[in-house]
Design a protein around this ligand. Structure first.
Ligand code: PLP
Length: 394
């Protein structure tokens, strides 16, 4: 009889041969500038722990306190018996931090997109998406019955053309973009997108996963960065990156939030954020509301590292944020580069197709406020050594 699952081995072998097989490493330490990975201490250049909050004492303390008071599990979905005062408090503080009318939390940023996009669109509507939008937006769009169109990456002429071509054909039009694009670190032209959306009466939605805690005053995000308060209808955020925990949210008009309470499927059909997650997120928002210190340090570190990398001769693409792509092109080269970095004590993952287009493989360095200058210098020295060894720089 034919092996029903034999095809998986063949597919996996194909991935391995093409340098596209993902090796998953296991951490045996908290997140931080340094990690213990598979029994070795390595410099962490690849997590989204932008502000070093993932193991911050204040988050840990607040979480312990909350566990003592509320236990760990929410016990239900939000709409049945899973809404705790912690959730309400987190949502209130998030809205305040973002300068938005209201906020609603979800179990993850991914879920926030899956909840929102199908809830606000139906088959009479059109969703217009940047061609490089995150997979969670793409999946949210797939779950909607709306028609869809893409515009060229960050290209507002292309967006205008799509808006024009479709003007008057749909009940509602929604323009969705990542705020910061996670693989290149470039920023969406949100000011121009908002202008165009106004002109064509389209709803605007931005997924600020990599801008949250990074861009704007004290990390208030891309809307704050562009001074667009009250002009972006839906801001999706994640608490899994700079906030150092896990969870997602939508901030915006109170009607959007109220609608998602009624129609956001991951809100209705998947249990609430747990007590520890919610409490830790609350501590993150409190810390960011109080001080810009961590965000300032993140940017100082990013500028320092990126300048030094360019001086060494590396191509860091067109990043405008602490995300630092080290462009290598070839998938195999990127894998070898990553392996050699690792052997030398730097944990920097190779990112290749299908996460980025074929032939655009890279090491993506994620700079954090947790890094000291000594850490960065050590990383730079190893990048320089491996870069020369593999003929990437001279
Ligand atoms: C990381 C990311 C997400 C997913 O966030 P999670 O909270 O990890 O689910 C969604 N959108 C974008 C743009 C992201 O970069």
């Amino acid at each position: 009889m034919k092996d029903k699952l034999g095809w998986i081995e063949e597919e996996l072998d194909r991935l391995k041969a093409a340098g596209l097989y993902t090796t998953i490493r296991t951490l045996n330490s908290p997140q931080g500038a340094w990690l213990e990975v598979d029994g070795r201490r390595v410099l962490n250049f690849c997590s989204n722990n932008y502000l070093g909050l993932a193991n911050h004492p204040r988050l840990v303390a607040k979480t312990k306190e909350a566990i003592d008071r509320y236990g760990v599990g929410p016990g239900a979905v939000r709409t049945i018996a899973g809404t705790m005062t912690l959730h309400i408090e987190l949502e209130r503080r998030l809205a305040e931090f973002k300068g938005a009318e209201a906020a609603i939390s979800f179990q993850s940023g991914y879920n926030a997109n899956l909840a929102t996009i199908p809830a606000i669109t139906g088959k009479e509507d059109l969703i217009i998406s940047d061609e490089l939008n995150h997979a969670s937006i793409i999946d949210g769009v797939r779950l909607s019955k709306a028609s869809r169109a893409v515009y060229k990456h960050r290209d507002t002429d292309s967006l205008r053309q799509v808006l024009q071509e479709n003007s008057g054909k749909y009940r509602r039009t929604i323009v969705i973009s990542d705020g910061v694009f996670s693989m290149d670190g470039d920023i969406a032209p949100l000011d121009k997108i908002v202008q165009l959306a106004k002109e064509f009466n389209a709803i605007t939605m931005v997924d600020d996963a990599h801008g949250e805690g990074v861009l704007g005053r004290g990390g208030r995000g891309i809307v704050d960065y562009f001074g667009l308060h009250g002009q972006v209808d839906i801001e999706v955020g994640t608490m899994s990156k700079a906030f150092g925990v896990v969870g997602g949210y939508v901030a915006g008009d109170h009607r959007i939030v109220e609608w998602l309470h009624q129609r956001g499927r991951p809100f209705l059909f998947s249990s609430a954020m747990t007590v520890p997650d919610t409490a830790a997120c609350l501590a993150s928002v409190e810390m960011l509301s109080e001080s810009t210190e961590l965000v300032d340090r993140l940017w100082d570190n990013a500028r320092y590292f990126q300048t030094a990398m360019r001086d060494l001769g590396f191509d860091t693409g067109h990043t405008e944020t602490p995300i630092t792509p080290v462009m290598l092109g070839d998938e195999k080269l990127a894998q070898t580069f990553s392996r050699r970095l690792y052997e030398e004590g730097v944990f920097g993952t190779a990112i290749a197709y299908p996460t980025v287009p074929k032939g655009m493989a890279r090491i993506r360095v994620m700079i954090s406020a947790a890094h000291t200058q000594e850490d960065l210098n050590q990383g730079l020295a190893i990048f320089s050594q491996v870069g020369r060894e593999l003929g990437v720089i001279r």
